[in-house]
Ligand binder design. Sequence first.
Ligand code: PAF
Length: 284
Amino acid sequence: MQVIDQILTLREARRRWQVEGKTIGFVPTMGNLHHGHLKLVKEAKQKCDIVVASIFVNPLQFGPDEDLASYPRTLEHDLAALESLGVDVVFTPSVHDIYPRGLEQQTFVEVPGISYMICGASRPGHFRGMTTIVCKLFNMVQPNHAFFGEKDYQQLQIVKAMVTDLSMNLTVHGVPTVREADGLAMSSRNNYLTTEEREMAPRLYKLLREMADLIHLGRRDYSKIISEYKQKLVEAGFSPDYIEIRAADSLLHPSHEDEQLVILIAAFLGKARLIDNIRVDLED
Ligand code: PAF
């Protein structure tokens, strides 16, 4: 496995693979890898000849009061995990090389509409920072396939929209959320939970499943379900940020015709802001 921190070196490797006719799979990450990331890598290994992972904690997608400084950085552990899965190249650029003109002057990429709602409303600028770095990394790696976790459901839909809107020549794959045995979605931010909070955390997914069951059983009074479950989240010890029931592709409020829905939750538990979601297929 090659660890590359220079954009030019990555481009040289990319040119060689092109000449050899190899397909390239890309897994962008911010490091602190868990089984969810490793599943993305396994999917990429199955589909592609060459797998590139990136580790870059992107300052542009953190708000001023968010956890950029304390975001867990575990490079040695991450490299060992990626090597054990047979990743070909890990790209670990510096902030200066990625944003040579500084964060303030940086040209940005923004997908309007879908980036401003749900998580985008709670974290202004977050998705703009995310699409900017993902677009830049796509330009550097030039992958044929890119892999994103469905846990960050809105992020996945936004990246797909960006790829369509900018006519990018790659396929974006969503990979199902990996969960702990008790149902908690794996996330780097689970590290912020105290022992007591960690025991409470799986309740988030239980409540999501209950809401999905209610809809399957025929309830369509979505606003009422949302307010009931905000109350249940509070009773379970969370501070809810949002609960939303949306059309699965557009993330707009569902119309009568929408058969594919997604329920999305973000809630604070102590210092950790946990997000999770569940798909609901009304045809089932
Ligand atoms: O999902 C993440 O870890 C990040 O948002 C990503 C896609 C690596 C961009 O920084």
